[in-house]
Design a protein around this ligand. Structure first.
Ligand code: KG4
Ligand code: ZN
Length: 343
């Protein structure tokens, strides 16, 4: 059994966790920076990086002391090495390198997306490879065939906005605070999801990808018209996103032999999305796995867990490993049409 310290600072959450290779979460803590970024309606990279520098060392001390683990008893130090806001990514990675060097421990440089991708296996011991993964976060919206640790085949991606980005932009149009996903989910509870006619870009299309830009423009028009309540717009928008995600995932399931459907990433915290995809999996005779909401949004337990999976396979990294702003899970995936080519 190995004990892994995981560190995360690639966006606006600072996090540390201690996780074992037999799925014990010994301690984990996440500190968000929502208040610092709220006046700007989105994450300001420089503010985020400075906050990570201030917050992270205390969080490492906190998880070690909560778990009553000495750094000498840790088997490896894992940190997100990308993709993300480069100034932030550097904070956890450089901290991990310093710890690895001073405590003479191996470093595991974790791809943040792999952290999300493997997170369901931390809490679901029955989830084996391969599985079909819907990865939905603030920066990504992809369908991937997960064949094993470090082995991903991208089946679909977004041709414009990511799913979380769509939630955040729609929330801004509705005057809701950042991050938009939880705010929209809350407001949608009071609204009628059938009230506002909104488009479902690419639904029914034979091409596998996602698109949300047209939906955002339609929300903008609905707000400007003054004909609808914010709650009705929020509920109708959320329903439209659910329909898009479910339809694209259905197409992927029809073309996949994977026995399980998995959803991960911050947007997978959304109750409507979780239940729609669970139904879809059952309808297609697949098992379904989604992490608890706290493990969907950014955290360090998923980084420690991905670190544990890699460490057990002997996949450790050199101290010269760079921080990367872009780092696709499937580097061989074809670029898709549209200008907004995402990693
Ligand atoms: O995975 P994550 O925490 O950070 C990234 O790696 O991007 O995802 C953050 C995204 C944000 O866009 C946020 O609005 C969205 O996840 N999100 C949600 C919910 N909670 C977070 N979207 C919809 N419903 C939610 N409950
Ligand atoms: Zn994330």
């Amino acid at each position: 059994m190995a004990i892994i310290l995981g560190l995360e600072s690639s966006c606006d959450d600072t996090a540390a966790a201690l996780v074992t290779s037999d799925r014990d979460i010994l301690a984990q803590v996440v500190v968000g920076q929502n208040e610092a970024h709220r006046p700007f309606g989105g994450v300001v990279p420089e503010i985020a990086a400075r906050a990570h520098v201030q917050i992270l060392p205390g969080l490492i001390e906190q998880v070690l002391s909560e778990a009553k683990v000495d750094i000498a008893d840790v088997d490896a130090i894992a940190a997100t090495a990308g993709p993300g806001l480069i100034g932030g990514v550097m904070v956890a990675l450089m901290t991990a390198k310093g710890l690895a060097l001073s405590a003479d421990k191996p470093l595991v440089a974790v791809n943040h997306l792999e952290g999300h991708a493997l997170s369901p296996r931390l809490v679901d011991p029955d989830l084996g490879f391969p599985y079909l993964l819907l990865l939905v976060s603030g920066g990504h919206c992809q369908l991937l065939e997960v064949e094993g640790v470090g082995n991903y085949r991208r089946l679909a991606t977004t041709i414009d906005d990511a799913a979380g980005e769509a939630f955040d932009k729609a929330a801004k149009l509705l005057g809701l605070p950042y991050p938009g996903g939880p705010a929209i989910e809350q407001l949608a509870k009071e609204g009628d999801a059938g009230a506002v006619p909104l488009p479902r870009p690419l639904v029914g299309s034979g091409e596998p990808h996602f698109s949300f830009a047209g939906l955002k423009s339609a929300v903008q028009r609905a707000v400007a018209s003054g004909d609808h309540s914010p709650a009705d717009i929020a509920a109708s928008f959320q329903r439209a996103v659910v329909d898009c995600l479910a339809d694209r995932t259905r197409l992927a399931l029809e073309n996949s032999d994977a026995p399980a459907l998995v959803v991960a990433g911050g947007v997978a915290a959304n109750g409507a999305i979780r239940s729609a995809l669970q139904h879809l999996a059952l309808d297609h005779g697949r098992s379904f796995s989604v992490p608890p909401p706290w493990l969907c949004t950014d955290n360090a337990a998923m980084i420690a867990w991905a670190g544990a999976e890699r460490f057990e396979l002997g996949l450790c990294d050199d101290l010269a490993t760079p921080a990367r702003a872009r780092w696709p899970l499937d580097p061989d995936a074809e670029k898709v049409r549209g200008a907004g080519v995402k990693a």
